[in-house]
Design a protein around this ligand. Structure first.
Ligand SMILES: Cc1cc2nc3c(=O)[nH]c(=O)nc-3n(C[C@H](O)[C@H](O)[C@H](O)COP(=O)(O)OP(=O)(O)OC[C@H]3O[C@@H](n4cnc5c(N)ncnc54)[C@H](O)[C@@H]3O)c2cc1C
Length: 398
């Protein structure tokens, strides 16, 4: 068998890897040694804002990757990778292990970069995700998703907004889908806790949800007005300092007790520093087979890659759709079989969770806000998660 004794490493347990991780036994059957290096469980981004408001709990939003991998005979290494050395075919973990590979698959996602604002806390800690560094301060990034849960618990057990005379001042920076969902779910959380909050949403764009048709932005603005979310458009926050967000150009500023950064994401710097060919955002460039254009034994999916000939948006929908192609191609490269092509679909369903039991749906130009839209999202998300949660908890032989 061509693949016998070969080493396959999955780096990162994100949306694009889940499909393959649930099929590790197919690799094991062919004698491939499989290792997953990931810092913890899988967190599903689609339910992230709902974690914040309290619609979901950790058990709803996570998959136990250790259980998923180990029950099929693979190795799960709970660690972060700090170096990728594609010339030497090895990776190095924060824990000090150097792991050689024959084939590497990358799915380490993206984060809200520090450079997006002059907010410079804790820089230089390569081994940690940026958001981990901010979680105890007044500035929190909307990625990784687990931040939402940590923050909710901090708010619940703290005094923020508990005194009716002193409403919590919550500032969300970024008016795209993630920022709008975050602001809406912040409102839902404070309502649920019976606490007072002044919520502000600031965006440098001239409308909310600029990535969606105009009607979506209008519906969202109406939602914000009705729910006491103060929207400021066309201003860029340049600096966050001592509870003060200073706008570009100086002069105006907003005070906050808690600022949530949803200013857009970028792939981890680890990729561009590795020698793998990357685009100008630092995403590994891949061909239509999801294969690195510079290193043919490296594949990848999700926010950390970009298709060389057909740039796509950084959304979980694409990462999930890449999963089966990535799985097929990893098996195929090990067995010297033909690779499959990933064809990104033009249209995809997007439903924002507005935290009040309604969702804002966008599908092929159709935009609507309704409780049915949220129920549809909830159904799709729970079904998706159940598949992998069950795979992780299934007893061998069942
Ligand atoms: C608030 C919010 C809501 C969103 N909602 C939606 C939505 O409803 N629909 C949608 O399509 N998209 C949504 N997105 C976009 C979506 O989050 C991303 O496109 C998606 O998470 C990308 O998945 P991924 O597999 O690339 O990365 P992830 O799922 O983030 O996985 C990356 C994994 O790699 C691990 N990792 C990172 N660095 C290392 C390292 N050095 N070593 C080892 N492991 C590492 C991480 O811990 C993580 O487990 C949302 C984004 C945000 C911020």
């Amino acid at each position: 068998m061509q693949s016998f004794g070969k080493k396959l490493i999955f780096l990162g347990g994100g949306h694009a890897h889940l499909h393959a991780l649930a099929r590790i036994d197919a690799f094991m059957l062919r004698g491939v040694e499989v290792t997953l290096v990931a810092p913890g469980p899988f967190w599903y981004s689609g339910m992230g804002p709902g974690l914040f408001s309290g619609t979901y709990e950790k058990e709803d939003d996570t998959v136990d990757l250790r259980a998923l991998v180990e029950r099929q005979g693979g190795r799960f290494l709970e660690d972060r990778v700090v170096k990728i050395r594609p010339r030497e075919n090895e990776i190095v973990t924060a824990g000090g292990e150097t792991l050689p590979y024959d084939v590497l698959s990358l799915n380490i996602g993206s984060g809200v970069p520090a450079e997006s604002l002059q907010h410079k806390e804790g820089q230089g800690e390569e081994a940690k995700e940026p958001a981990d560094r901010d979680a105890d301060s007044r500035v929190v990034r909307v990625k990784p998703v687990k931040n939402f849960l940590k923050l909710r618990e901090q708010i619940k057990t703290g005094r923020l907004g508990a005194d009716p005379e002193n409403p919590a001042r919550i500032l969300v920076i970024g008016g795209g889908a993630a920022g709008c969902e975050t602001a809406a779910n912040a409102r839902a959380l404070f309502n649920r806790l019976g606490r007072q909050a002044e919520i502000s949403l600031v965006s440098s764009a001239d409308r909310l949800l600029p990535e969606l048709p105009k009607r979506a932005g209008r519906l969202l603005e109406k939602f914000c007005a009705r729910n006491g979310i103060d929207v400021t458009l066309g201003v860029r926050v340049a600096d966050l300092r001592d509870g003060e967000a200073v706008f570009e150009g100086g002069g105006a500023s907003i005070s906050f007790d808690l600022a949530l950064l949803a200013t857009g994401v970028r792939p981890a710097p680890l990729l561009s520093k590795s020698g793998l060919e990357t685009d100008d955002t630092g995403a590994m460039l891949v061909d239509a087979h999801l294969r690195s254009v510079s290193h043919p034994n490296v594949f990848g999916g999700g926010d950390g890659i970009q298709l060389q000939d057909h740039p796509i948006a950084r959304v979980g929908v694409y990462a999930v759709r890449q999963g089966p192609i990535l799985c097929h191609n990893l098996l195929a490269i090990l067995e010297k079989q033909p690779l499959e092509v990933f064809e990104p679909q033009e249209n995809y369903l997007l439903i924002l969770n507005l935290g009040d039991g309604t969702g804002l749906l966008s599908w092929r130009g159709l935009i609507l806000r309704s409780s049915l839209a949220f129920r549809l999202k909830d159904h799709i998300d729970r079904k998706f998660m159940r598949t992998y949660q069950q795979a992780a908890s299934a007893v061998d032989g069942q």
